[in-house]
Design a protein around this ligand. Structure first.
Ligand code: SF4
Ligand code: SF4
Length: 395
């Protein structure tokens, strides 16, 4: 816990902060609360106090650090390039676990998670309404409709002719139950352009939820299990949800093959042309998750994917790099903040009368879908590659 070498490394990183305050107006929690303790600069000061022993991990300090969304918008705009994400994870690792981290526990038990999701979808909202603590998680769990059965684990050959390469598809803990259509779409698109695709049977949760809850050891354990699961002579490991992708990048050097995001991989390697897709004369709202913009700087990827569909008009919604409030299990623990952060995005989708909202992160998809349903909107929430696969012309 109080390893002097680690403390020294953290202090060196903290010293890079010149207290300029440029990160403050970009931080979603500071914008809502206008309180220094809810800002990146204020949280760095709290972390410094914790590391050098001037501050104790009391309830107020734990709350201020826990209320950070880990969106890393502050990192993106920081002129000193302070690695805020590393510092907040390290600080949380030495604090008592705040209550309400149930999702992190459930996601690491696939059977439990599948049962909980199926039960949530079967149970009408009217039955959970009287129990406030159950009603919100229940609404989130059933916000996205059940898709087709998720692809089974195993290896799938290319659909046409020669193999261009072998890739592994990372399912993630919620992928099979909440994003099965996106997984099936990724599988189809990759096989269509000549890739052999493996879904390893032993792959597990990426560990992001545990990591941001201050459970570094657990995240490292999951990273090691994924390293072993993907050690199959693959050319790449491909993730669907950008939140998982960010965490896989954290331990990329340990992975036996380079990791990349599905949109980026298809743009760089699939060689798709507009002629490969059926036209769709509609307008789609495109939400870029903060993880994609702030960490990957990849806001263009989803747009490039959707621009492959002839006739499709793509209208960006939300402020680029601003968190929608989903932020892993944050939406469960701080629903009021989460709802306020998604509000402008939901308003924009409704005012544009879009039939589809595309977003590439699973948590954002659940959170935004719930927000749209709550307002009576019928818009479908899809991963960009689902729309692409729907329009794909088979050879
Ligand atoms: S922008 Fe960077 S250097 Fe400036 S206060 Fe924020 S973290 Fe510190
Ligand atoms: S990670 Fe996001 S919420 Fe946390 S301090 Fe940085 S900008 Fe604010």
């Amino acid at each position: 816990m109080n390893d002097p070498n680690l403390n020294q490394a953290l202090q060196l990183e903290l010293d890079r902060c010149v207290k300029c305050g440029l990160c403050l107006p970009e931080c979603p929690t500071y914008r809502l609360k206008t309180n220094e303790n809810a800002s990146p600069r204020g949280r760095l000061a709290l972390i410094e106090g914790l590391i050098n022993g001037r501050l104790q991990g009391d309830e107020a300090l734990v709350r201020h650090l826990d209320q950070c969304l880990t969106c890393r918008r502050c990192e993106r705009v920081c002129p000193s390039q302070v690695k805020y994400g590393r510092l907040i994870d390290a600080a949380r690792d030495r604090l008592p676990r705040p209550a309400g981290r149930a999702l992190a526990a459930i996601t690491q038990h696939p059977v439990l998670q599948r049962v909980a999701t199926h039960a949530a979808r079967a149970l009408p909202s009217s039955l959970s309404r009287p129990i406030a603590s159950l009603h919100w998680p229940h609404r989130l769990a059933r916000a996205l409709p059940a898709g087709p059965p998720a692809p089974s684990c195993g290896s799938y050959p290319p659909l046409n002719g020669q193999t261009r390469g072998r890739v592994g598809l990372f399912t993630g803990c919620l992928g099979a139950t909440q994003q099965s259509a996106a997984l099936a779409s990724a599988l189809r698109l990759l096989r269509h352009v000549g890739y052999s695709v493996t879904l390893p049977v032993d792959a597990v949760c990426c560990g992001a939820l545990g990591m941001h809850a201050g459970n570094t050891k657990d995240a490292q354990r999951l990273a090691e299990r994924n390293r072993i699961a993907f050690d199959q002579g693959l050319d790449a490991v491909i993730s669907i949800a950008s939140g998982c992708g960010v965490q896989l990048d954290e331990y990329a050097p340990q992975l036996p093959a380079p990791h990349t995001d599905i949109c980026r991989f298809l743009i760089d390697h699939a060689g798709f042309k507009q002629a490969d897709f059926r036209p769709l004369l509609e307008s789609v709202a495109l939400h870029v998750p903060c993880s994609v913009e702030n960490i990957y700087h990849g806001a263009a990827w989803s747009k490039q994917i959707l621009n492959l569909v002839p006739g499709l008009r793509v209208e960006p919604v939300g402020e680029l790099g601003q968190c929608c409030g989903a932020a892993g299990d944050y939406m469960l623990r701080y629903p009021d903040v989460a709802k306020r952060l998604r509000q402008p995005i939901v308003d924009q989708v409704l005012s544009g009368d879009h039939r589809v909202l595309a977003t590439s992160n699973i948590g954002c998809a659940m959170h935004l879908a719930e927000g749209l349903h709550a307002r009576g909107a019928k818009a479908e929430v899809l991963h960009p590659i689902e729309l692409l696969a729907r329009q794909l012309l088979s050879r």
